[in-house]
Design a protein. Structure first.
Lengths: 281, 125
């Protein structure tokens, strides 16, 4: 059981460290995610865990708490539509407006265990015509170093590789390694993973042609969402695209973006021209 | 209603698969070995076949080879569903005409996705 005062402390701690909003009805979530951590560090109860975090005596435990609470399910080609839109109209529009020498930069802002960046890499490896020979740099960031380690290793269990991937993709882009399926080096080489907190300044990341920030804004309160989106708009090329998750929106939160018609979850700069992508046939 | 033939010598697997497939709106037939499965296909070709690899008399590969050797036998979508989870087995099944591959154990989500992937279920967006 978590005492109300401790719950309030955990909520404040998580908001401050990661921006995560823990509403009053998330006792179950907090308990289910943190009980394994209590066992791992031999901490007797939540009251003691709160004391440890307050005293700042064990930064490794503080980091583990943030990681345990911010790690979420990830699937290859999750929701399918964003990847289809990327192939059908977003990448062609970006390429049409860029020289052959331009390096296309794509940011997966909540890369988690790597399925999203690997899905993009797989799509580009399968259809090199999408980028017309341009170099592509995929940056995958996440607040959790534990999930990034998994992403870098590119190792997945059989349940993970059976969701979203065709058998042909499995055979082409993975090798069996014991009980695991490991992404081939060709795809790994296309992605750079960096530990990064979305509450920190984005300046060092550079400018991107496409930003995927999916299924992470839902964990933030409105002012934090607005701040992240406004800062993202400054990292996005004037004709670039932002893709949000199915349950997320920029409408009414940040006026730097407007939705791209006929492309669910895709946003462009408010001042981007109406003809930014070719009309869908 | 689309039909699916579940071919597996394990009655437990057949029962689990039947439950999932019926929930997804399929009419399900069962066979406990490859030979009766081929006889059932000769009588009425199903839309999908969920096919186990190892069976006591006629195994899944033999079923697939015989099935795909006839014109009518090229129409069903064949999803191999086995515990043989290495690349060689998967590649062999695909080369003989399997449309998809499910590694046991599996869950309802995986089976649903594979049926979507072979075009027998509408996509849930």
């Amino acid at each position: 059981m978590i005492r109300p005062a401790d719950y309030d402390f955990f909520a404040r701690f998580l908001k401050e460290r990661s921006g995560l909003i823990l509403t009053d009805d998330k006792h179950y979530l907090l308990e289910s995610r943190l009980i394994p951590l209590l066992n791992r560090f031999a901490i007797p109860d939540f009251a003691r865990l709160a004391e440890i975090l307050k005293s700042n005596e064990a930064p490794i435990i503080a980091e583990a708490v943030v990681e345990a609470m911010t790690t979420n399910e990830s699937l290859f080609f999750r929701d399918k539509v964003p990847f289809e839109d990327m192939a059908r109209s977003l990448l062609p529009a970006l390429c049409a407006a860029r020289l052959k020498t331009h390096t296309l930069r794509i940011w997966c802002a909540a890369a988690s265990t790597g399925q999203e960046p690997y899905s993009i890499a797989m799509m580009l490896a399968e259809k090199p015509e999408l980028t017309g020979g341009r170099r592509v740099q995929i940056i995958g960031t996440d607040i959790s170093s534990e999930v990034l380690e998994r992403a870098r290793a590119g190792r997945y269990n059989q349940f993970e590789v059976q969701r979203g991937l065709s058998v042909q993709q499995l055979l082409k882009y993975f090798v069996k390694s014991g009980d695991w399926w490991e992404v081939v080096p060709q795809l790994k080489a296309m992605i750079e993973y960096r530990k990064f907190n979305l509450l920190d300044p984005f300046g060092g990341l550079g400018t991107f042609d496409l930003i995927m920030c999916r299924n992470v804004l839902i964990y933030f309160d409105v002012p934090t969402k607005a701040d992240i989106l406004a800062r993202m708009s400054r990292q996005l090329a004037p004709d670039g695209f932002l893709q949000l998750g199915g349950a997320e929106t920029a409408i009414g939160i940040c006026d730097a973006f407007r939705p791209l018609p006929d492309h669910r979850g895709t946003y462009v700069h408010t001042r981007a021209p109406a003809t930014i992508v070719a009309a869908r046939r | 209603m689309k039909t699916c033939l579940v071919v597996d010598d394990s009655s437990v697997v057949r029962k689990v698969a039947r439950g999932i497939l019926e929930d997804l709106g399929f009419c399900v037939e069962e066979a406990a070995d490859g030979a009766p499965a081929l006889e059932m296909c000769a009588r009425a070709m199903p839309d999908a076949i969920l096919l186990d690899w190892s069976m006591p008399v006629t195994d899944g590969l033999a079923v697939l080879e015989q099935l795909r050797s006839s014109e009518a036998g090229r129409t069903p979508k064949v999803i191999f569903c086995t515990a043989k989870n290495d690349m060689e087995h998967i590649a062999r099944a695909v080369s003989l005409g399997a449309d998809e591959y499910i590694m046991k154990p599996f869950d309802s989500e995986i089976l649903r996705e594979k049926l979507e992937a072979v075009g027998l279920l509408d996509r849930v967006d």
